[in-house]
Structure formats: C-alpha cells, structure tokens
Design a binder for this molecule. Structure first.
Ligand SMILES: [Fe+2]
Ligand SMILES: [Fe+2]
Length: 319
C-alpha cells in the first residue's frame, strides 16, 4: 500500500474541509470559561436541583468518554480519506475536551466525597450502563453504517436528556457560565451529528433498495429501543424536579433532528419545546443549528493570558 499524505489543496469530497475548518473555529477549552463564578448560583440551588445537575453531567461525561475513546476513533479508522480521518480525529479530541469540562465542573462545585459519589453513580445507574454497553458493542462489532447511525443517535438525540437541565437553568439566568459550556458542547455535537449524518447518507445512497429498507428498519428499532431507555433514565433523574415530561419532549425533538441528519423519516410528531432550552442550543428555523453565531456570541471569551517573559522564566528557575 502506498504511503500518502493529507492534501488540503484538493477539494476532496466537497464538504469535509468546511467541517474541519468549522470545528477549528469552534475550538474551546473549559479553562477559558470562568465556571467558578457560578459558585453562588450553585449554593442557591436546592439539594434536589444540585443532584439533578450533577447526575446529568455525570451521565454526559460517561457518553463523551465513550465517544472520545471509542466512537470517533473507530469512525476515523473506517474512513480511507485523509481529510475525513483528520476531521473525525479532531472531533474525537473535542469529545475529550467535553468529558474534561464535566469533570472540571465536579472539581469546582462538589466536595471530594460528592465527586466520588457522582462517579460511582455512573457505574450503578442501570439505564446509563445499558446505553454504554450497547453503544460500545455497536461501535466495536458494527459495520461502518451502523457506527455512523449509532454516533448520530447518541450525539444528536440521547445526549439531550442531559443537556436539558443546564440549558433550562441558564435560560433563567442561573449557572450561566456553565450554561455557556453546554452551549459550546451542543454546538460541537450539532457539527458532529451533521457531518457523520452526511457520511451515513453517502453510504446509504449507494445501497440497493432492499438493503436500504433493512437499514431503515434497523435504525427505527434501535432508536425506539433507546428512546424507551432514555425515558426510563429521564424519569429517574428528573423525578424530584417534576420535569420529566418536558425533558422527553426535548428528547423527541432531538430524535427528529437525528432523523433529518441521517436523511431518514422523522419518528415523532412536531411539538412545542421549552423556549428557554431551545435558546441555549441556538437553533434556527426549528432544526438547523446556527454554527456561526456560537463562539463569542454569549458570555464566552478567552481567558486573559499574561505572556511569559524571559525575566519571569529566569525567576522561576532561580526560585
Ligand atoms: Fe461530545
Ligand atoms: Fe460529538
């Protein structure tokens, strides 16, 4: 096999470069957002509200860990094209940035024992464990089309049971720096879901009709199975706050976006979704993510960095 290199002067498939550049433009790190400024808001939340926030973040951390370690790297490995591999590898990098931001939030707002409890809760929560086990198997044992389907389902639909609460609070002016973190994560996931959806559509279109029908049926069965699982998860996590039915509406809304990304028929009828939450994901016209107004549009700003001088370096060595 010849050893080649990535050539960015070539147009390639005509869309991958745009996604690479967009992910580059969206690049962010949790250290750039002053999440500790939410400490007073955190203290003002009730114990049930704090527990819900902690648990949805813990669940999302587990999913992002799976995407960063398994999902995106396997999607990248399944592509031949260098530009596509580079784009999916950059997505994988961002999944780890997402997972880290959840962990940094734990470190900021929780005591050591609360932090330990949150990680233990992940390993004991049955819906979460079922989801991680099933998606890991789909990635490791499935073909390319199955992996793409799974990735879209996870990122464009199943994440949203977790995203609801932080966006809901941020929409009311509470935990707004963390809200910015979630808005940035949602923008990344929207980019990933759109891109992987396009890769799926390309492979799907090349299949004969009978195989397309089989893939369509497989997607629907998988989506319905994990919608049920997500409802069980939502009932447990949101029970104390009485928000479960609102959250499920938001999850169904995002299942439909997942279907749009994959070019498949929507699974649920259209419904009104809480505007406070929709504002946090900044969608335009109901389904299309507005990628271009995210970074710098809200409270997000780069942290001030003091350049290191030679004198400071000498002083550090002399100390
Ligand atoms: Fe992610
Ligand atoms: Fe993602």
């Amino acid at each position: 096999m010849s050893k080649s290199a990535t050539n960015w002067s070539e147009a390639g498939d005509g869309f991958t470069q745009a996604f690479y550049v967009q992910q580059q433009a969206q690049l962010w790190f949790s250290e750039e957002i002053p999440i500790a400024s939410d400490a007073a808001d955190w203290r003002a939340l009730s114990p049930a509200e704090r527990q819900c926030y902690t648990r949805v973040s813990a669940g999302l951390n587990a999913m992002d860990t799976l995407q960063g370690e398994v999902g995106m790297p396997l999607l990248a490995a399944g592509e031949e094209d260098h530009q596509r591999k580079a784009t999916l590898a950059m997505f994988a990098f961002m999944e780890n940035v997402h997972a880290r931001s959840y962990s940094m939030a734990n470190k900021t707002f929780l005591s050591a024992s609360e932090e330990r409890d949150a990680f233990e809760w992940i390993e004991a929560q049955p819906h979460l464990q079922r989801k991680i086990t099933a998606f890991r198997r789909l990635y490791e044992e499935g073909d390319a089309l199955t992996r793409m389907m799974a990735s879209c389902l996870l990122e464009t639909a199943l994440f949203y049971s977790g995203f609801f609460y932080p966006l809901y609070l941020a929409g009311q002016g509470k935990m707004s720096h963390m809200g910015e973190v979630f808005t940035l994560i949602c923008a990344d996931e929207a980019l990933h879901g759109t891109y992987v959806g396009l890769l799926f559509q390309e492979r799907f279109a090349a299949l004969p009709e009978d195989e397309q029908a089989e893939v369509r049926a497989r997607f629907e069965a998988l989506a319905r199975e994990f919608y049920e699982n997500e409802c069980g998860y939502t009932d447990e996590v949101y029970a104390a706050l009485g928000l479960a039915s609102e959250v499920k509406k938001f999850v169904r809304y995002n299942f439909n976006i997942c279907c749009d990304n994959l070019g498949l028929e929507r699974l649920f009828p259209d419904e009104e979704v809480n505007p406070l939450v929709l504002n946090g994901i900044r969608t335009t016209g109901g389904t299309t993510h507005d990628f271009f107004s995210i970074k710098g549009a809200g409270g997000y700003s780069k942290i001030a960095v003091t350049p290191l001088t030679d004198a400071a370096v000498r002083e550090a060595w002399d100390a």
